[in-house]
Design a protein around this ligand. Sequence first.
Ligand code: HEM
Length: 318
Amino acid sequence: MKRIWAPQLTGTTMVFGVPVSITKWMVAGRRCGIVVVFGGWRMNEVNGSSESEEMSGATPRKVKGSVDEVGGRTNEARLTESRNEDILSRFLQLKYKDPKYLRDIILNYVLAGKDPIGLTMSWFIYLLCKHPQVQEKVAKDIKEATEVKEEIKNIVDFAAYVSEGALKKMQYLHAALTETIRLYPALPLDPKICFSDDVLPDGYHVKKGDVVAYLPYAMGRMEFIWGDDAHEYKPKRWLDENGNFHPENPFKFTAFQAGPRTCLGRDFAYMQMKIFSSILLGCFVFKLSDVNRIPRYKTSINLHIDGPLDIRVFKRFG
Ligand code: HEM
């Protein structure tokens, strides 16, 4: 039996000038590589210990768009000013003095970023096994984008061709990943607690303390939103007539949230998933061990596959 495991953190390095943490991906018991974001953080600068106001919900968050005390610049402006620095340095430049704030940011990124990538990749491999013609199209997209000319003998040879420019060219891969996330959003249900009595846009009254949730999992499968083929896995729906990816309105494709609480790691998520996928699909063909088994999801905050996904892995070269 061959299995895919979720990534495990193993170290840090630089990819395209961004400090990243390395994760270990195991396919068929062999280590396959790479990447998760934001390595190189100077964790020793974070020394808070008690629960912060923000974590305890006592104050609404104030990061995005809030104006700092120097020069009326927003913190967003500060974050984008110093483009050559790593993300931690940028957060350190913010004017909040409480170190617990930084600790919470780091925790937020680590927790928010780890599971979604692992489980999305698992569902992605599953869907590609169910749709071998899509798997071949993805592999073709990767091959064309990487412009591999020499004969490839191993993963390391192939990985050398996965440049930032090549990743950008992989429009079909981008669409296939997005279609996976539409059907299997990492956060299937996103609940919020009302801080005060309010009226929703449709006139519905909510009271302080009420829990309001939206369901990306259900919304991703609604026919009145996506059409009659809502339940089908069709990466093509994300491509324009020139084969370029066209994004949807985030209030329609809600897997990354919309508005001020939108996922801050979306671009990083795509970069990681595309690096993983291009190497995996560029080097291997995946098939389900048991084509009749329909994987179920686990009921939890994130949409994990319940139990392992047993697959067979074949080399594309050599
Ligand atoms: C397929 C991958 C991912 C999906 C589907 C996803 C989805 C989401 C969703 C739905 C939220 C909103 C949660 C809320 O309502 O409060 C969120 C927030 C967040 N995500 Fe992601 N995420 C993904 C990957 C990542 C990665 C890789 C990172 C970090 C590198 C990340 C960092 C964050 C952070 C920091 C927030 C909190 C944003 C805020 O409240 O200001 N996410 N994500």
